[in-house]
Structure formats: structure tokens, C-alpha cells
Write a protein that binds this ligand. Structure first.
Ligand code: SAM
Length: 269
């Protein structure tokens, strides 16, 4: 059953729910887009982590493909609805709670092997969720993430641009981001005020740098300051910059993801 507006309204009525805008509840009502996201997240049938399953618009096409789906939903009322809709399916596990606090060991134990990620992300917490995914160090081979266009653009931001920062660097260093499809407000119920985009991320299989995310927060802490200023707490900074042929007077926003990774490795071996 692909969800359209009438079906989403019927599900809300059946479970006595109304969309909670504070939790970013804009439900997808375009079944073709849901299929495309599921196909991008799960081309080979492996296990999938879904963040914010809502009323199951993505869960259903994911379950049609994936060996196993583990979904993390913060809203207890939606969790009751999801249990009623998918609770009979042994390949489905629902964890109720905030994804930002979810236990990776528990998720790994449920999904078992390298898993993909699929999400229609709640707009109010998109960046922290993406940063958590990009800095967890688990071998996540691919992700398909739907976000408001302004945020989705950050996956592709280039050095020197206003949107270039830790999210762009981590996404481009560890993954190959690709714009999968665009969505208009009419693709959701209730309709948001802006367009959205689906970004597909394919892993580059690079070794994980445990300190990289924290290092980037420091390097970009004050965007207008130089690396020498933002990173002065790091001993050996001048030597590391010189060995990499980097100007101490430049800003983090001028460096490529690879240059920032090399600097991080030189400072925090
Ligand atoms: N996946 C559904 C769809 O595509 O129709 C719902 C997407 S809706 C944009 C975002 C979902 O994330 C909602 O179900 C919301 O309750 C849930 N959510 C919001 N904040 C969350 C958090 N911190 N952790 C887990 N789920 C969250």
C-alpha cells in the first residue's frame, strides 16, 4: 500500500493522531519517491536503519527490499501506530526514542552486519542527525537522506562557500554524495513551506578518523578566524601546517576535505 494524502489522513484518523510540527512531522505522500529512496538505500537487500519512520511511508518499501529494518521513532503515539501496522513482520524492529541518543550497539545487534540508512529527516534536527551518522565510525555503505533543500545543499558545498563546514567535509571525505531527486511541498502532508531533496551517499571506504569530527568543530569554530587562531590549542600546529605546505594564515573554509583530514591526522596521529 503506497501512501497518498487520503491514506495518510485515514491513518491519522484511525489512530487518533494529528501531525506534530514541533517534531518535524511532514509525512511523505508520493509513493514513487518513497520507492526511489528505498531503492537507493537498499539496492542489494541488506539491512537498513530508518530514522523517523512516521506512519511508515518509507518503512513499507524498505521492508519489501531489506533483509531487516530497524526504525527509531521519537513519538510514542506514532510508535503505537507503527506497531499496529508492521508489528507482525519479524524482520521489523522499532526502537522508541530520540535517534540522537540511540544506542549504536543495540542497533548493530539488531541489524547484524554493515547496514544502510534511510530517512525523511525531521527538519528541526537534520544537522545533528547527519553529523551523528557521519561521525559514528560504523561501516555504513550507503545512505539515502531526504532534507530541506537548503540543508541538502550542504552535502555538496565547496570550499570557500558559506555552506561549507563540518557536515560538507565529513560527507565528502567519507562519501560520494549524489542528488537523487527533488520534492515539492505537495509531496508531503501537511505541506512544508519549502522544497526538499534526496541525497544518496555512497561510501568511499576510507579509514575512519576518530578525532576528525571534533577537530572540524574546532577548525570551523569561528569561521572568520585563521587556522592559527582556531587551532592554537593543538601543540605542533605550525610544524604540521608547514609539513603539509599550508598557510597558517588561511581559514578552515579554504581547505578541501582531504587537506583537513591530512591536517587532523598530522596533529592527532
Ligand atoms: N518517514 C516518515 C515519512 O517519510 O512520511 C516521516 C518523516 S517526518 C519528516 C520525520 C519523522 O521523524 C517523524 O515521524 C518524527 O516524529 C520523527 N522524529 C523527529 N525527531 C526525531 C528524533 N530526534 N529521533 C527519531 N525520530 C524523530
Amino acid at each position: 500500500m503506497m501512501q497518498d494524502v487520503q491514506q495518510v489522513k485515514a491513518l491519522l484518523a484511525r489512530f487518533g493522531l494529528s501531525p506534530n510540527r514541533g517534531l518535524g512531522q511532514n509525512f511523505l505522500v508520493d509513493g514513487d519517491k518513497a520507492e526511489a529512496i528505498a531503492a537507493a538505500a537498499c539496492p542489494e537487500g541488506g539491512p537498513v536503519l530508518e530514522i523517523g519512520p512516521g506512519l511508515g511511508a518509507l518503512t513499507e518499501p524498505l521492508l519489501a527490499r531489506a533483509r531487516r529494518v530497524c526504525a527509531v521513532e521519537i513519538d510514542p503515539a506514532l510508535c503505537q501506530a507503527l506497531q499496529a501496522l508492521f508489528g507482525q513482520e519479524p524482520r521489523f524492529t522499532l526502537l522508541q526514542g530520540d535517534f540522537l541518543k540511540a544506542d549504536w550497539e543495540e542497533i548493530q545487534a539488531i541489524l547484524g552486519e554493515p547496514f544502510s540508512v534511510a530517512a525523511n529527516l525531521p527538519y528541526y534536527v537534520t544537522t545533528p542527525i547527519c553529523l551523528r551518522l557521519l561521525s559514528c565510525g560504523l561501516p555504513i555503505p550507503r545512505m539515502a537522506l531526504m532534507a530541506q533543500t537548503e540543508c541538502a545543499d550542504r552535502f555538496f558545498a565547496q570550499p570557500g562557500s558559506r555552506q561549507y563546514g563540518p557536515l560538507a567535509v565529513l560527507a565528502q571525505y567519507y562519501y560520494q554524495p549524489r542528488a537523487l531527486c527533488s520534492l515539492s511541498p505537495a509531496d508531503y502532508y501537511p505541506q512544508p513551506g519549502v522544497d526538499s531533496q534526496v541525497v544518496a551517499l555512497e561510501s568511499r571506504n576510507r579509514p575512519f578518523l576518530p578525532q576528525f569530527a571534533g577537530f572540524l568543530q574546532q577548525a570551523f569554530a569561528m569561521r572568520r578566524k585563521t587556522l592559527r587562531n582556531n587551532l592554537k590549542a593543538y601543540p605542533g600546529l605550525e610544524d604540521a601546517l608547514e609539513s603539509l605546505d599550508l598557510d597558517p594564515g588561511c581559514r578552515a573554509e579554504a581547505l578541501s576535505p582531504q587537506q583537513l583530514a591530512s591536517l587532523c591526522t598530522a596533529l592527532l596521529p
